[in-house]
Design a protein around this ligand. Structure first.
Ligand SMILES: NC(=O)c1ccc[n+]([C@@H]2O[C@H](COP(=O)([O-])OP(=O)(O)OC[C@H]3O[C@@H](n4cnc5c(N)ncnc54)[C@H](O)[C@@H]3O)[C@@H](O)[C@H]2O)c1
Length: 386
């Protein structure tokens, strides 16, 4: 490590993503050892001292803070990693940009377009490196899908279809708000499944198939009132529990998207399928190391859907891992994103998706919510370059 350039990480939020990002940083020196820049776990930040101290000790951070403003003010922090609920992203990111820090921010970028726009402006004015953790792009099978689409193998694209199905909020007794349940509180989350789940589907979709031009959506809130953990009172639920939308892409193809937390039996069933003139591909998070491909150019007697196991060294990222035939997991998509961030410091290229890219996804999310509220088609205003 001695001849490496250290990037001192200040991690804010020590929940699910705090752990998964930390794991990603810890893997870089071993599996991407030739990189010029290396992460250093400098400080972790969470509000409760006992918890953040224990987290810092367990995961190997050199120090801790209980106030993110103190963390950002520190001169020994180069990059701020935002792993906190959505209502904090804008304030932390804008302050971090003003302090000249690089920023890695969890998705969705923001709760609103106003917040997102201010975040993009802040990083651009400060000229700081930025990225948003839309990690599914870095699942090797999904990256391979991108390579296949870009190579023209599918030909003209006609259809893009994606689902993200869960079932964890069906119980009406589940409260909203507070630790672990902030996703049910519209003030903390910004929206329900649209910002939480569809944002992932939209990022992947635009990355693979280009900009989404306009949308027609419907949302539903199945449980109208829940106890709020903060006030202790029964309060109106402001999030969308389920959302379905269809859309036009800039390339003329049609899109169909669905996300819900009420699909009994499904935990995180993120799937997409793309149908082109020559070939189709589909992918399923529950079976994430496989890509299914139908190629009409195959000899007709043996033509059919084939399942390709993505474990070969020439497939994206897989030369970093074990041997052909052996799988990697969910956490590797974050390791790959962290690695691409460190590589981008070396190349000087942006690390996509940038705040600007994630803001384009935010525009689609907002158009979806507006369309559902007004029961009408909405233009997204997306300018997709990613
Ligand atoms: N990329 C993905 O696939 C993915 C998956 C899950 C969550 N996320 C995103 O990551 C973010 C965090 O989600 P999570 O699942 O880790 O949530 P979580 O509830 O597990 O953890 C959030 C953490 O933030 C801390 N926190 C809250 N307010 C804080 C503050 N003001 N200062 C310091 N710490 C604070 C909480 O104490 C907690 O440790 C969200 O924006 C979420 O949308 C992304």
């Amino acid at each position: 490590m001695s001849n490496k350039k250290p990037i001192r990480i200040g991690l804010i939020g020590t929940g699910l993503m705090g752990r998964i990002h930390t794991n990603a940083y810890k893997r870089i020196p071993d599996f991407f050892s030739e990189f010029e820049y290396m992460p250093v776990l400098q400080a972790a930040c969470a509000r409760r001292e006992d918890k953040v101290k224990a987290f810092a000790e367990q995961w190997g951070y050199a120090s801790y803070e209980t106030d993110w403003k103190e963390l950002i003010a520190r001169e020994d922090i180069d990059a701020v990693d935002i792993c906190t609920p959505n209502d904090t992203h804008a304030e932390i990111a804008i302050a971090a940009a003003k302090a000249g820090k690089m920023i890695l921010c969890e998705k969705p970028l923001s709760r609103t377009l106003e917040e997102g726009e201010a975040m993009v402006k802040a990083v651009e004015e400060a000229g700081v490196k930025n990225t948003v953790w839309y990690n599914y792009r870095r699942v090797p099978a999904v990256t391979l899908a991108k390579q296949l689409v870009d190579s023209g193998k599918l030909g003209k694209i006609f259809h893009y279809r994606a689902n993200f199905l869960q079932d964890w909020t069906i119980n009406p007794e589940l409260p909203q708000g507070g630790d672990a349940l902030w996703r049910l509180d519209v003030d903390a989350a910004g929206s329900g499944v649209t910002g939480d789940l569809l944002a992932h589907c939209i990022d992947t979709a635009m990355w693979l198939n280009g900009g989404i031009k306009d949308v027609s959506a419907m949302t539903e809130t199945f449980i109208k009132e829940r106890v709020h953990q903060g006030s202790g009172m029964v309060q109106k639920v402001g999030i969308d529990d389920a959302c379905v939308f269809h859309c036009h892409f800039d390339n003329g193809s049609l899109g169909l998207f669905e996300a819900t937390r009420y699909a009994r039996g499904h935990k995180a069933l993120y799937t997409f399928e793309i149908n082109g003139e020559h070939a189709s591909i589909r992918w399923d998070l529950h079976d994430m190391n496989w890509l299914e491909i139908f190629d009409h150019k195959d000899e007709s007697q043996v033509r059919g859907w084939r399942r390709v196991h993505i474990t070969e060294g020439e497939q994206p990222y897989m030369n970093r891992w074990w041997i052909p035939g052996t799988s990697i997991g969910y956490e590797h998509s974050f390791i790959h994103q962290a690695a691409d961030f460190f590589l981008s410091l070396q190349t000087g290229e942006p690390c996509a998706p940038t705040f600007q890219d994630a803001f384009e996804t935010q525009k689609v999310c907002q158009a979806v919510l507006d369309s559902a509220a007004s029961k009408s088609w909405k233009d997204t205003g997306v300018k997709w370059e990613g």
